[in-house]
Design a protein. Structure first.
Length: 260
């Protein structure tokens, strides 16, 4: 009798091993990226929540009146916080991830999924903060001015503004990650040049949501009412997708050692 040499099974086994390794690499990167950024995001909003409560109470104790709260400053600061964390968390992990056998694909998936969770976290915190500040001003007998943004109206305003803030923070996180990858891949000089596309994406999401440094530019767009809301959210989503694509392009060039 002649022995039959195995053919298909080893290939199937190798594919299964590769898939399992890819899933493990994704989970490990995901745990680090999403867990770290969400933890710091919650810490940021806890600190700002205290500021949002303490400042009006101090003003009231001194017989003063505030026409607007501090939520505007929180929203501007939050996205830059997400941006900085995007740089810090990924720059410290990507080389270790690749050296340990992880793939660029699994790292990209983890970074993109983490950005989604970051966006949802900031959106939820911003929505709660909006309702909380509005309630505090009402309790103090003050009129509350809603921060600028998309021209939503009625009960949906808080949801729309929270969604816009979450998308903006997700874009900032993705751009920060991509910039970190650019420096890791190309060094200081070319990495700095590659910051420019990231700035363009930040301007795009700010213009779309009518927030941040591009708020004035966004208000000049020929949209109003519900059309402006839909166009703004779709524009912010487009910015997030482009930022993810740019991150993937930068990640393909990441080296395990500094570029010469």
């Amino acid at each position: 009798m002649s022995a039959v040499a195995p053919t298909a099974r080893p290939a199937v086994d190798r594919a299964a091993v590769v898939r399992d390794a890819d899933r493990r690499a994704f989970r490990q990167a995901w745990d680090y990226l999403a867990g770290g950024q969400v933890l710091f995001a919650l810490g940021f909003w806890v600190v700002f929540a205290l500021v949002m409560v303490v400042v009006p109470l101090l003003v009231r104790a001194n017989d003063g009146v505030m026409s607007g709260g501090v939520l505007t400053g929180a929203s501007y600061s939050a996205r830059w916080f997400a941006f900085a964390l995007g740089i810090a968390t990924t720059a410290s992990l990507v080389v270790v991830h690749l050296a340990a056998g992880g793939t660029r694909r699994s790292f990209f998936r983890a970074a993109a999924a983490a950005a989604v969770v970051v966006g949802l976290t900031y959106a939820a915190c911003y929505g709660v903060a909006t309702l909380g500040e509005q309630a505090l001003f009402g309790a103090l007998g003050w009129d509350w001015e809603r921060p600028g943004g998309l021209p939503a109206a009625g009960a949906a305003t808080t949801v729309v503004h929270a969604a816009a803030e979450g998308l903006a923070c997700a874009v900032y996180s993705l751009v920060g990650t991509a910039i970190g990858m650019g420096y890791q891949s190309h060094g200081a000089w070319l990495g700095t040049v590659l910051v420019l596309p990231g700035i363009a994406l930040l301007a795009l999401v700010g213009t779309a949501t009518r927030t941040g440094a591009s708020e004035a530019l966004g208000e000049r767009l020929p949209f109003d009412g519900s059309t402006a809301v839909v166009a703004g959210l779709l524009g912010a989503l487009l910015a997030a997708l482009v930022a993810a694509g740019w991150l993937r392009a930068q990640l393909q060039r990441v080296q395990l050692r500094p570029p010469s």
